[in-house]
Design a binder for this molecule. Sequence first.
Ligand code: SF4
Ligand code: SF4
Length: 295
Amino acid sequence: MIEIGNTCNLQCPTCPTPRQKILRKKELMSFSNFILTIDSIKNSIHVVYLYYTGEPLIHPDICKMINYVHQKNLYSIISTNATLLDQKIADELLFSGLDEIILCLDGITQESFSSFRKKADFFEVMRNIGYFCKQKQRLKLKKPFIKLQVILNKLNQNEIRGIKKLSDCLKVDCLHIKSLALCEHVYSKDEIKKLADIFFPDGKEYKDKIRYKQENHKLIINNPPSKCSLAESQFVVLVDCKISMCCYDLNGNYIYGNILAEKFDDIWFNSDVKKVRELANEKKHSLCKVCSNFI
Ligand code: SF4
Ligand code: SF4
């Protein structure tokens, strides 16, 4: 996972990025540092997620970056709020070598969509997503794999049938109904309570997608697994090229090293780093104790 930028043009209420919960400097990764990063890690990875805490289409070099990943025979994925996915960028992305795109659409009415994706124009996003999907079909392209993603919440829980119909109509490759998770460690109890009251789904139909239950103003995670493989299978290159333990470490408090200063293998196989990964695998790391993002 590479954080090519840590800013976003939206103000989604459940996201830490616009709520000033990320205390690191707001910036974009330079193209030259991106190249150095890919060159440093390319023999150790298969998949590159070109996003983390920000909207990837904000980066002016996004298509060049994807193309560089493609040239190195690595699988590339972006996830976008689709507000900036106009026809020009859509056409560029379709020919960039991109392997997978996640299009976030969290409602099919202006009311549900706009409450969750604050500052986004519902009709513009629908138009952008429609163009991207139809253009891929018109051009008979096999790639990118298109995943339409819906974060299940109280405001869209009655729209899922409609969203399924829309995804059939758009002929997307996959519809992902995602559980709503909060980065509990960066929110106060009051903030969590407020967000939970507004957004946590309460319908019966998608019970398996509901991540928490509330007990006495506390969030209890439903059926948490005893282990998490995320820190073993992934790492995050932050915007300043430091390597962080996993995507839950929003403020880069658990840094393994810096790609610009050390070789990747020296960082990854360092004995202290190995210990952190082992702890995380058993969910015994302090960050894991407050995490609901496990896999
Ligand atoms: S679009 Fe994504 S990064 Fe931007 S505010 Fe919303 S959830 Fe956060
Ligand atoms: S449990 Fe959470 S913090 Fe720990 S490794 Fe998994 S995702 Fe990261």
